[in-house]
Design a protein around this ligand. Structure first.
Ligand code: NAD
Length: 264
């Protein structure tokens, strides 16, 4: 079974650097997908209240027979759950749907229109971490200014920021800021929703190293320390995406993939 690298977050928890995203997977299909993925060796699932498939994630995990504590579960607070009371109720709903007493990582899905309301959300999430129902907390789709606002008001630095990062949109400035602040970068859309697997640079590097385009792009993410969870409902692709731990890209190959950002 593949050995998945792990990263230690700024709160001391250790997260599998690779997992499965389940955006757009209907709840009815999510149980079988998560069960298959966990049986193949996946140990990290990224869902959200908004995806409507937390119950399926819970079903799949239980059906896999793998202990709850061996699988990292991330979920995200919906946009209408930013007040203290709504955030607590929303987390309780997630725990019930997932069938678990804690989530490993809770994210604010995206910043709201009112930065001060986000501070209230963030304080509440820090409380939920204290009482153990959430192990780590973070944000998603936040820019530097909005993160600094949260930190200035609460003193609590997010453990991760989940943003749309891929070789075409690498967000180098924001990632440099994350590194300075000790925030881990999570990439959503690591394959640019699959489109990068047809890019001629990905194809060329893949041929050179004897791997597939998806594998070299995912490997590019891992070698930069980014946490990724590509989505696929196809068992062959689930296997392919997971099989990225036993090879390395050279500096030249990394640079070739990074050069995709200059393509129009
Ligand atoms: P992705 O880059 O993971 O692309 C997924 C698509 O790529 C699949 O639908 C499939 O068509 C294709 N694909 C997967 N494996 C492949 C392979 N081996 N070869 C060829 N094509 C392949 O995009 P995504 O699903 O949008 O993002 C991943 C996860 O990120 C989501 O499932 C979700 O968990 C998370 N996400 C978060 C946010 C946010 O706002 N925080 C937004 C979107 C997605």
């Amino acid at each position: 079974m593949a050995t998945i690298p792990r990263r230690t977050l700024n709160d001391g928890t250790s997260i599998p650097q690779f997992g499965l995203g389940v955006y757009h997977v209907p709840d009815d299909d999510t149980g079988a997908l998560v069960e298959t993925a966990v049986r193949l060796g996946y140990r990290h699932v990224d869902t959200a209240q908004q995806y409507g498939n937390e119950a399926g994630v819970g079903r799949g995990l239980r059906a896999s027979g793998v202990p709850r504590d061996d699988v990292w579960i991330t979920t995200k607070l919906d946009d209408d759950s930013h007040s203290r009371a709504a955030a607590i109720a929303a987390l309780e709903g997630s725990l019930e749907r997932l069938g678990t007493d804690h989530v490993d990582l809770l994210l604010v899905h995206r910043p709201g229109p009112d930065a001060d309301r986000d501070v209230e959300t963030w304080r509440t999430m820090a409380e939920l971490r204290e009482d153990g129902r959430v192990r780590s907390i973070g944000v998603s789709n936040f820019d530097r200014r909005r993160i600094e606002h949260l930190v200035a008001q609460t003193g609590v630095v997010p453990s991760v920021n989940q943003i749309r990062v891929n070789p075409r949109t690498p967000h180098r400035g924001l990632r440099r800021y994350h590194r300075r602040r000790g925030i881990a970068t999570e990439s959503w859309g690591p394959l640019r929703e699959g489109r990068l697997t047809e890019h001629p640079i990905a194809t060329r590097v893949a041929e050179r190293v004897g791997r597939t385009p998806a594998q070299v792009i995912l490997r590019w993410h891992l070698q930069q320390g980014t946490i990724v969870f590509p989505k696929s409902a196809n068992p062959d692709r689930l296997r392919e995406n997971l099989d990225i731990a036993d090879f390395a890209l050279s500096r030249r190959e990394m640079l070739a993939i990074s050069s995709m950002r200059r393509w129009r």
